[in-house]
Design a protein around this ligand. Structure first.
Ligand SMILES: Nc1nc2c(ncn2[C@@H]2O[C@H](COP(=O)(O)OP(=O)(O)O)[C@@H](O)[C@H]2O)c(=O)[nH]1
Ligand SMILES: [Mg+2]
Length: 200
């Protein structure tokens, strides 16, 4: 797949604002600051299509980006931002959960983790939520530019062990910074879209 066009559609604070139509949605999930918005900028080859930030916890709405006039990237708010008040964290949690549970358009969830770190408690909960509910998802171990290329398999194994992930779950290294492994992700998108067409 080649990404030829990308356009910001809407920042949704509730399900009423989700875009109409039956376009497939590829969803970015992960803790605050893991690189969800950067991922969208990297794949679309745009510097600031999605707002990235050094300050975690900025995005509290669901942002939709229309790609190739045929599918959406959906940038979910980050979870697990400890400086957000308990009430706000709960609000964000509910927004994420209700999107994931109710939205029928979801084709693929890209679950971002930081390759360098052990998954957090919230990461583990998210993994179990996705796995137990049989969502179509793959794990991207982001910020792979921060470790030596020869160490990447070791770090991936650490994540697999900590989350106890099943062998059939796809886990790929990724880096927005260095734009490495983007082809693998584009292939994933191709496969997931084929799947949805067959399912229909
Ligand atoms: N080194 C490195 N930094 C990254 C990468 N992806 C994102 N970042 C940085 O991590 C911070 C948070 O990124 P952002 O995309 O806003 O995270 P989000 O909260 O998940 O949307 C920013 O300072 C990014 O520049 C990556 O692959 N490598
Ligand atoms: Mg973001």
């Amino acid at each position: 797949m080649q990404i030829k066009s990308a356009e910001f559609k809407i920042s949704a604070a509730s399900s009423k604002q989700y875009p109409d139509g039956d376009f497939p949605e590829v969803v970015l999930v992960g803790k605050s600051n893991v690189g969800k918005s950067s991922f969208i900028n990297t794949l679309t080859n745009r510097k600031a299509l999605a707002r990235t930030s050094n300050t975690p916890g900025k995005t509290r709405q669901i942002n939709f980006y229309f790609i190739n006039s045929s599918f959406y990237f959906v940038d979910l708010p980050g979870y697990g931002f400890s400086q957000m008040s308990k009430m706000e964290q709960e609000k964000v949690g509910k927004l994420i959960e209700s999107y994931l549970i109710c939205r029928k358009n979801i084709t693929l969830i890209l679950f971002l983790l930081d390759i360098r770190h052990d998954p957090t408690k919230d990461d583990l909960l998210m993994y179990q939520f996705l796995n137990n509910n049989q969502f179509p998802f793959a794990i991207l171990a982001n910020k792979a530019d921060k470790i030596a290329p020869t160490k990447i398999p070791l770090y991936l194994d650490n994540i697999k062990n900590k989350l106890k992930i099943d062998d059939d779950i796809v886990i790929l290294p990724f880096s927005s910074e260095k734009k490495i492994f983007t082809d693998d992700v584009l292939n994933l998108l191709d496969e997931s879209r084929i799947k949805i067409i067959i399912n229909l």
